[in-house]
Design a protein around this ligand. Sequence first.
Ligand code: PMP
Length: 453
Amino acid sequence: RHIPATSKPVSPERVAQVLADEWKLFTKNTKASEAESKRAFESLPLGVTSSFQHWDPYPISIVSAKGAWMTDVDGRQLLDLSMGFGAMLASHLNPVIVEEVKKALESGTLFVTPSPISTDAAERICRRFGIDQVRFTNSGTESTMYAVRTARAATDKNAIVKIEGGYHGSYDPFVVSSKPPIDKIGDAEDPIVYVPDGIVPGEMYVVPYNNADSLERTFKKHGSSIACFILEPVLENLGIILPDEGYLERVRELCDEYNVVLIFDEVKTGLTAGHQGAAQRLGVTPDLITLAKSIGGGLTLAAFGGKKKYMDFVTNGKMAHFGTFNGTPLAMAGVRAIDRLCSDQALADAEALNQQALDRISEIIDEYQLPAHTVGFGVKGCVTWSTQPVRNYRDYKATDFTVAEAHWLFALNRGIITPPGLDEQWLISLAHGQTEIDLLVEDFRDFAKALRA
Ligand code: PMP
């Protein structure tokens, strides 16, 4: 995290002007995407296959991707820094992934019986993430749902504690206080649990990230009914929010003290946090972890796993786990390929490039005295538009979203895709090199110039 020593505000009028100019440029350059979106609206709500993919007036439409680059329907080459929200860590159409998947295709696409290829993938995941056992699923949402059920089976308790602002997929309990309206959530130390209409979550408690006292108070009051505490060890759905020193260690102690199962949701961190994931990198061992995105090389794959003591409840059937498409040979081939590709050296090299980008962008922030700072973790990085460190959801909500939107759109108009939600971060994959880092950094310099023009 690099916070600038001095900064000057950016003029709101200037930001509004940049945004207006950039939206004009966007609509001029994306006529084919606009037509494609109109067509898609007929058969797909919002014209997309996941509501995250939509933005107003319409998103760009992609026809193909290779390495770190995508081609859109308007024929433009775009540098992909979103990389499938982290699922494309190894890059688009990485030759090793293509090779392993082709090999798997020759043997069949679905057996629904045990196969050496799934045992092999499970062994690789257990070895890497330092867990005893694992089960495969098809999405992060399924994984977090089953991890919670495992915790309930193990503790004979039902309630869930989650982080205010945290996202863990679309299962009912996780939609609670996911991005709650700030005027509906009460006191920062003792947040009101925000349940959107139509959500039936069960008994839920919400605590701020980086606040072990609030967690302790919640456990003291309700510990006898709390099955688990689920959190991302590093929050990666609100930019990047790092744990304060000692926070995760204290969380571990409190969970032990109150017999609460600690679940680290590593759907986003995973291998983007380093070759063994965030938990091992940060030195705190959860009881269960959930994985998705980066572990499957872009194939449809997720997993939950952890200590045998908890996974025994899957074995004994108290928490039965099912799924027709669990551990398909193609997804297992993805695991095999990722294991071959993501050596500690390969990920350290990508991380060094990411660090270079963060350092150079921090220098530009200093040079232009921008009210912003950089945050990085593993191969991910982001610019947060605030001069204060962001430690939780409410800090995050106090950052400047208008400049963030202007930055995202400015980059998009110059052929660089970062995730559309403004909550996400860039990702340096195994295919990004010096050329791509230079593009990211120089684009930021151009944006800084535009803000100060
Ligand atoms: N947990 C976290 C931390 C996530 O970021 C996400 C998705 N972005 C999920 C769970 C849900 O994963 P999926 O979209 O695969 O259901």
